[in-house]
Design a binder for this molecule. Structure first.
Ligand SMILES: [Zn+2]
Ligand SMILES: [Zn+2]
Length: 289
């Protein structure tokens, strides 16, 4: 199961309605924060998520609207007495930024921060992919692994009822049973995948990487701005084109410019191209099972 809370769905500058980019994802009990724009702490509090629930912080790029919430968030983790390690994934300069802003504010984290480029666990993976913005930037795919399930009726049919053996089969270790039997009594539940682009214009690098994901969370800064691509951003139509051409399950429009108070036109334009589109408000939630 993957649950997603859109903490901040605005972009560039915050508005009364939309704070800066931050998306909280919970997968198999692990808390992942995608970007941490200014105001992220207030949104976490409004969503009843403790900073201690964040195990992984994944930053898309170093523009202020995506990272200026990081220092304050780490300070609060320190104030709360955090001891648990925090994994940070991001562009090469994220470590310098955190170290210099921490030393500049006389803050010494009493917990370990581990910088890495991706994350693999038994249950899921977080994989970065390049996006097309005005500076080095990357999106992320979070993918849960396929699960092997036992068809109990078929197993019974063959006289197999050993739960210890079922457990071994599920973990892929089944030396004492023939592959054809395993194939007969099992079925696969496909993993869930979501992709977050951060800031990007419409580009093939993104398309190739997000192919077939269940949910694509895509930059949709502008409605119909000819200069969107020039500034490394997408229109809602670009986002819908990406969703369509990458055959994704659902599209969520994010990074909405503060100039749009009424976002209906952005959603309408996108839905003309890709009907399974949503434009989430701050603090709205989605669950994929
Ligand atoms: Zn941005
Ligand atoms: Zn940016």
């Amino acid at each position: 199961m993957i649950s997603i809370i859109f903490l901040g769905t605005g972009g560039g500058a915050p508005s009364k309605y939309r704070k800066l980019p931050a998306v909280f994802v919970r997968v198999e009990g692990v808390g992942i924060l995608l970007d941490a724009g200014e105001g992220v702490q207030e949104r976490l509090s409004e969503a009843s998520i403790s900073p201690m629930d964040i195990d992984v912080l994944a930053i898309s790029h170093m523009h202020g609207d995506h990272v200026l919430g990081v220092t304050g968030l780490l300070e609060t983790m320190g104030l709360l007495g955090r001891k648990k390690e925090l994994v940070i994934i991001g562009p090469r300069t994220i470590q310098d930024f955190i170290e210099s802003s921490s030393s500049g504010t006389f803050f010494k984290p009493q917990f370990d921060i581990r910088f890495q480029s991706s994350l693999e666990t038994k249950e899921f993976s977080i994989t970065p992919f390049p996006t097309c913005h005005t500076i080095e930037s990357q999106g992320y795919i979070i993918r849960t692994r396929d699960k092997i399930k036992i068809d109990i009726n078929k197993a019974k049919e063959l006289g197999i009822s050993d739960w210890n053996l079922f457990r071994k089969i599920k973990t892929g270790y089944h030396a004492d049973i023939s592959p054809s039997t395993v194939e007969y009594i099992t079925y696969k539940i496909k993993g869930i995948s979501i992709a977050y682009t951060g800031d990007t214009r419409y580009c093939s690098e993104v398309l190739q990487n997000v192919k077939g994901v269940n949910l694509l969370i895509h930059d949709s800064t502008f409605l119909d701005e000819e200069t969107a691509a020039e500034f490394g951003h997408s229109t809602s139509r670009d986002a819908a084109k990406a969703a369509l051409n990458a055959s994704v399950g659902m599209l969520a429009l994010i990074h909405i410019s503060s100039r749009y108070h009424d976002t209906t036109p952005l959603l309408t334009e996108a839905k003309r191209i890709f009907p399974r589109t949503i434009l989430p408000e701050d603090l709205s939630k989605l669950v994929f099972k």
